[in-house]
Design a protein around this ligand. Structure first.
Ligand code: CAP
Ligand code: MG
Length: 400
């Protein structure tokens, strides 16, 4: 079995040579430590890490570290991370270090992976032929609405044309909006909307909770009617995503939110880039994953984002492709900027950009769909807005 290799950016401490710093990573994450060992045996040497390359990059260096595959317990994502993203971040010989990507042999990527993936979700929504981007919304305000009012907002977004509705990342099972009551109320409204529109609309209830309760919580919300589930992967863990995705009784798409990711992904000198996180979510079995926008409210690097989305979509052993989600500060005026860079295999999500529309949620959803339809027809949003009122009002309020 070929080695696992990991690519890092790092800046060595002033008294440390780049090669020595890279070697410190290889040692720490395999058989070494800060000093030589009297307990070293010849046969353990086969597990030594190796520095494959060190090259100058900006104000630091890129290094590729080879880790013997035998160190990795097949299927154990937490253990994979403890090696490639473990103690190394704290090593004093490094002023900073960022994990950029991980390359795993097929034997270590034998996961069930996404149940649905892009094609499965497209078939559910009915866009497997048109290939148009999906439009999603997040119920806003983020927290506070009671189940009845949540259901009303969801119904309006659905009849306005969204394909996907989700809870926000901080909404779970609070007293002001009990989870199962919310799911029953929302799904009653969506059943009505689906009958009226003839379209399938997914509602992903946020099942994020403690590891030993999350599958049970997901099974309960599905029993209450949810036709998708959502989980915050960084706060709940990759194992939580894997438990949900691999659970046979869970037969609905898993939407993966990444809240808290920016604590690791944002600093280009230190932390973990979104790319390895995207690979791990694909292995764990997420069907849809937030990866960012090129024009929204969160900090972004379009070059990194495009490659992150490719990692989710390209052929990767037997793992189904994962639907990238562009979300955060989007509104109808930004649809063209997003689609022209990210392509059509994308879910565009808008919270404020729908529920902040001058004529309310239904008009906001219509405006988002009109902006997508304009792009698919090769027409500018301004042109399309001439005979689409909801889009015109959105452009007047938010511009581009
Ligand atoms: C977007 C959002 C999402 C962010 C997450 C929010 O709302 O619901 O959580 O998109 O960022 O709470 O901000 P708006 P990312 O549409 O109102 O901005 O997708 O980059 O992880
Ligand atoms: Mg949110």
């Amino acid at each position: 079995m070929s080695d696992v290799t990991a690519l890092y950016y790092f800046e060595p401490r002033s008294d440390t040579t780049p090669k020595f710093a890279a070697q410190a990573i290889a040692d720490e994450e395999t058989t070494g430590t800060w000093t030589d060992l009297t307990t070293r045996t010849d046969y353990t040497k086969r597990l030594d890490g190796r520095v494959e390359s060190v090259e100058p990059e900006g104000s630091g260096y890129l290094t590729k570290i080879a880790y013997p595959a035998e160190i990795f317990e097949p299927g154990n994502i937490p253990q994979y991370l403890s090696v490639v993203a473990g103690n190394l971040f704290g090593l004093g010989r490094l002023n900073s270090v960022r994990l950029l990507d991980i390359f795993l042999p097929e034997e270590l990527v034998r996961f069930k992976g996404p149940k649905f993936g892009i094609e499965g979700v497209r078939k559910l929504i009915g866009t497997d032929k048109s290939r148009r981007p999906h439009v999603g919304t997040i119920i806003k305000p983020k927290v506070g609405l009671n189940p009845k009012d949540t259901a009303e907002v969801a119904y309006l977004a659905a009849t306005g044309g969204v394909d996907f509705i989700k809870d926000d990342e901080t909404l779970t099972d609070q007293a002001f909006c009990p989870l199962n009551d919310r799911v029953e109320a929302v799904m009653a409204g969506l059943d009505k909307a689906m009958a009226e529109t003839g379209r399938t609309i997914l509602y992903a209830a946020n099942v994020s909770t403690r590891a030993d309760k999350i599958v049970e919580r997901a099974e309960k919300v599905i029993e209450c009617g949810a036709n998708a589930i959502m989980v915050d992967v960084i706060t709940c863990g990759f194992s939580a995503v894997q438990a949900l995705a691999e659970e046979p009784s869970i037969k609905v798409p898993v939407h993966v939110h990444r809240t808290m990711h920016a604590a690791m992904t944002r600093n280009k000198k230190h932390g973990i880039a979104m790319r390895p996180i995207a690979r791990l979510v694909r292995m764990a079995g997420g069907d849809q994953l937030h990866t960012g926008t090129v024009s929204g409210k969160m900090g972004h690097d379009p070059a990194e984002l495009l490659e992150d989305n490719n990692i989710l979509k390209e052929k990767w052993y037997s793992m189904k492709p994962v639907f990238p989600v562009a979300s955060g500060g989007l509104h109808p005026g930004k649809v063209n900027a997003e689609l022209s860079r990210l392509g059509n295999d994308i879910i565009l999500q808008a919270g404020g950009g729908i529920h902040g529309h001058p004529e309310g949620t239904k008009a906001g959803a219509m405006a988002m769909r009109q902006a997508v339809d304009a792009f698919m027809e090769g027409v500018t949003a301004e042109e399309y807005a001439k005979n689409h009122r909801e889009l015109r009002l959105a452009l007047e309020k938010w511009g581009k």
